[in-house]
Design a binder for this molecule. Sequence first.
Ligand code: NDP
Length: 312
Amino acid sequence: MATIKTNCAIIGGGPAGYTAAIYASRANLAPLLIEGMQPGGQLTTTTEVENFPGYPEGISGPQMMEDIRLQAQRFGADIRLGVVTSVDFSKQPYTINLGNSEVIEAKTVIIATGANARYLGLPDEQRYMGMGVSACATCDGFFYRNRNVAVVGGGDTACEEAAYLASLANKVYLIVRKPFLRASKVMQERVLSNPKIEVLFNCNTIGLFGEDVVEGAKIVENKGTGNEREFEIQIDGFFLAIGHTPNTALFKGQVELDAEGYIIVKSPSTATNIPGVFAAGDVADPFYRQAINAAAAGCRAAMDADRYLIDR
Ligand code: NDP
């Protein structure tokens, strides 16, 4: 079994992890970053990124991630593909076990494992991914100016995304499986009073259709009741807003998590309940979920790790 020692191990290759690697390398921590099965993280599943400062013409998600990764390597970050199978944060140095039987011993750890948007599980979501299906209105809404779109979900995210899309799109359907919205009162009012938003209560999506891109959705209303009815809506964009799942299963029982499974950090620092273990990006952020915020948190995590080592 090979053991690799490092001052700073970074788990996760997305904007948070790569940015942490840039800052940690430049602070001479010689970080080791383990990128998982999807190097580049969620942004590799988007097409164009138009809201990250510094790219006036926009940039593809995978290209942006590759650029940040190269920037980290330029300063000496050791970036390796690997699957972390378990961690032990009970004593220093912390150990991170990799599937190939290598073990990392780290004085500090930055967790940047991200979160995954939840999908309904329809085969059509995969078929039209990036061709009308999206889980981020802030990222992709701009492509649907003056078009018709649908948002699925009844929580704060769905209402916020529906309101945001209504400022760009011609019409927004909000597809809610229950007869009520779960969102906060203020968000409910914002949605219900918006003439561009039509809320379809008691409705579930059963499929999407379109030649190459999304052109519509098949909906079932009052499923399983005597009033069940199927109908179609004509839409160009289908946005999922049914929650995210933070990738924290590995850390359960060691790192303090909130009720939704997000890592709790002592904001504005990125410190977790374990000294020397920091968290950055979507794994600790149920609210903003933007690459720019993840990158900023990655920067803070590297600075926090550096200060922690200096203090010791
Ligand atoms: P939530 O878990 O609050 O809501 C998820 C929504 O998706 C619910 O309406 C749920 O329906 C629906 N849903 C889940 N699975 C399915 C499915 N398979 N089919 C159809 N609908 C489904 O997630 P959010 O992302 O909205 O919010 C997460 C947290 O972040 C919350 O605490 C929220 O308050 C907070 N937040 C706060 C914001 C703010 O303050 N500005 C902005 C955004 C989020 P059902 O109700 O039937 O379970």
